[in-house]
Design a protein around this ligand. Sequence first.
Ligand SMILES: [Zn+2]
Length: 482
Amino acid sequence: MTSCPAAGGPAAGSFMNGTRLIARLALAALLAAAAGPAPVPAADKSAEYRAVVDRLRQTGLAGERAAEFLARIVSAGPRLTGSPQAAAAVEITRRLMEEQGLARVHTEPVEVGRWVRGEIAEAAVAASPRRPAVPLAVCALGGSVATPDRGLAAPVIEVGSLDEVDTLGDRVRGRIVFYNRPMDRRLAEPFAAYGGAADQRVGGASRAARHGAVAVLVRSLTFRTDRHPHTGRLVYEPGTTRIPAAAIATADADLLSRLLREEKNVAVSLRLDCRDLGRTASANVVGEITGSEIPEEIVLLGGHLDSWDLSVGAHDDAAGCAVALEALALLRDLGLKPRRTVRAVAFMDEEFGGTGGRAYAASPLRRGERHIVAAESDRGGFTPAALAIGGRDGRARDRIMPYAQLFAPFGAASVVPGGGGVDVAPLVEQGAAPAAVLVNAQSYFDVHHSALDVLDAVQPRELELQAIILAALAWIMAEEGI
Ligand SMILES: [Zn+2]
């Protein structure tokens, strides 16, 4: 009982008499008994599951099939939502599922938006008496409006937060607001550092527009200092003027910041020809191993098929689709017939608003189905670090905990609460337990949403480890139920 600070504190004896101490210890013993030992499954299937996981390991690690699936998916090219490449990826994934002998392979319609980057993304610091003009590496943020055809030019004002824009108020009028707060390097968890800086990209344009800014530049979300801008979605507030928004590479952000310190008055020109093409038809891709006893109960493994358009989005998130598919292929290799259905879903449009995840959950095809677990792989195809499984009452995690040590050889040293993602959030709202393989993502944001997220950035064995963990999770949960 280390959770009772008073009993163990250095001053405890000085004001606690003997009787009270004994009563306290008795209470502690009682509480310990009530808490009981670690949960034991109704029927301990450790030996049975260990044998399955052992076969998954031998089959999975003998090859690099997850990476082969990945290569097939990225062969479609950059798969921006609504693009012809995204449509090609739907067809490739459908074919892959059929080739792997999955059941009920089909696509489900999703209506998505279509934004295109265009050809032009130019920015430069205007020449000063001391130096020539300095080009800046920028790219449009996803969803940005274009600049006027000839571009725009305005003095720049640097800020560290959205609140600072409010504080400056009228002083940003007519200017380009430059958001330059870096991801916090002191945080060990890269997703936390990303989450702590992403508000500038998502909401920076509208906040600046409220006060009359003409455009925004946003420091790219990466720990690296380089010349690759990282894109990502912005969200315009309804009723606020839509102003152009671009990501600026970190090295260029540092340079611009230095020039602002040295010269005070610095003007930047910006030219973007991105545009919105309205709504279009797209699809999620679905395939499964149908449950032998309770087919209407489903363990879902998913990733998102769309990507950003500066590269093929190998980590984000062709990797997630590849590991979901490989997990099912491994179960099929072993000839396993799960009691409940194990389903792979390649979702469309995670990056531009999650319409695929919502369409899947709301589809009439879901009638009579109950998703017990919804696992999403969207953290990069890196070495596993833990298995996360959540759910309101913790019952899904209780089912897995007795077998937690089976995941350790693949890197998942612990089973922790959590999991899920944008695509499965609507299913989680309906009661599914979220899950995810947590990974060592220290290098994820080096490539995330940039030109660097290419096939070679994914290490095939690391990817295969994720697939094995997902296959084991799916098998156990399909056997156990919730
Ligand atoms: Zn993603």
